[in-house]
Design a protein around this ligand. Structure first.
Ligand code: FVH
Length: 293
């Protein structure tokens, strides 16, 4: 992203694949970057690129008004922050993936530290794509804190404030990652079928699968409208879709390919058994939520 951070001090805790990419984006934008990582070899690598090493997490956080945390899990983030005695006047931007509940627990650690602020963010691109104008980061927490951090976050791409509720970004992150997980489940299945059937995977991706997924993106708002309006009938019926899923299984069987998509089949079958065979895919949404009530 085209941002100048000259004169900005930023700290980064966690120099895994993503944390190192974050530190590099910040340095490229001109920030003075202080870093800490549990394994020192990774610190040395980033220091070689211009960062300043901190001797401890406390020293790292003390070095800059804004600290970005990007760790394996929020349990680790909690442990790291619990070890820091003074977080007052510091702003912590935690970009570690986690559930809404986990994120609330991390946010609670800043309570009682005078003037401390907490934002939670979800980076929606892999490390190699960080820093592009289109690289989206969802951020939740106070608007004031978000505006204060916008120049720093803009060095990572396009930050988007999604609400004051700290749990909003992890909620949306997990919803989007569900979509990605489902898409990748389908994609590895599709590639295995295509490959086993003698079709070149790259040709298949470029010529058919890519355009098909782009066209399918247009269906998403329509399905969401049907869910919102509780209009479950009128689309492709679940009885037909269940048959189509069974045909994927039959194709897999014929080609010697293991078939995924099992949970989708389970919930569809349950819907049909409950007399919802004429409903469309939208009808599965209330079924999923009702089953947890
Ligand atoms: N990489 C990606 O594609 C995704 C893109 C979207 C956002 N995610 C999330 O970013 C978080 C970090 O992911 P990562 O790719 O940087 O992960 P790793 O390369 O595995 O680095 C993990 C860092 O966490 C440190 N760490 C692990 N356990 C501990 C611990 N007990 N105490 C202190 N630090 C710990 C680890 O340190 P070390 O192993 O080098 O010593 C790394 O710094 C993650 O939430 C993704 O979901 C990335």
């Amino acid at each position: 992203a085209n941002t100048s951070l000259a004169g900005h001090d930023v700290s980064v805790i966690g120099l895994g694949n993503m944390g190192a990419a974050i530190a590099n984006c910040l340095m490229r934008a001109g920030a003075k970057v202080t870093v800490w990582n549990r394994t020192s070899s990774k610190t040395e690598e980033v220091v070689g690129q211009g960062a300043i090493p901190a001797s401890s997490t406390s020293a790292c956080i003390a070095a800059s008004p804004i600290t970005i945390i990007c760790l394996l899990s929020n349990a680790v983030a909690q442990r790291v922050l619990s070890d820091v005695a003074d977080l007052s006047t510091r702003t912590i931007v935690n970009l570690t993936n986690g559930s809404p509940g986990q994120v609330r627990q991390v946010a609670a650690l800043l309570q009682g530290h005078k003037g401390a602020r907490y934002l939670h963010g979800a980076i929606m691109v892999p490390p190699m794509l960080l820093g592009q104008p289109t690289s989206m980061t969802l951020v939740s927490g106070s608007s004031d804190a978000f505006h204060a951090c916008t120049p720093v976050l803009s060095a990572l791409g396009a930050p988007r404030h999604v609400g004051e509720d700290i749990a909003r970004a992890p909620l949306l992150d997990n919803a989007l990652l569900s979509l990605m997980g489902g898409m990748f489940e389908g994609w590895v299945q599709a590639l295995a079928i295509a490959q086993r059937g003698g079709v070149d995977g790259v040709d298949f991706a470029m010529g058919l699968a890519g355009p098909f997924v782009k066209a399918a993106a247009d269906w998403l708002p329509r399905i969401a409208e049907h869910v919102r309006d509780e209009k479950y009938k009128g689309g492709s019926p679940l009885t037909m879709q269940l048959e189509a899923l069974d045909n994927i299984a039959a194709t897999g069987e014929e080609l010697g390919v293991r078939v995924l998509l099992g949970s989708l089949r389970d919930v569809m079958e349950r819907a049909v058994r409950q007399g919802k065979g004429e409903e469309s895919i939208a009808g599965l949404v209330p079924l999923l939520t009702r089953e947890k009530e």
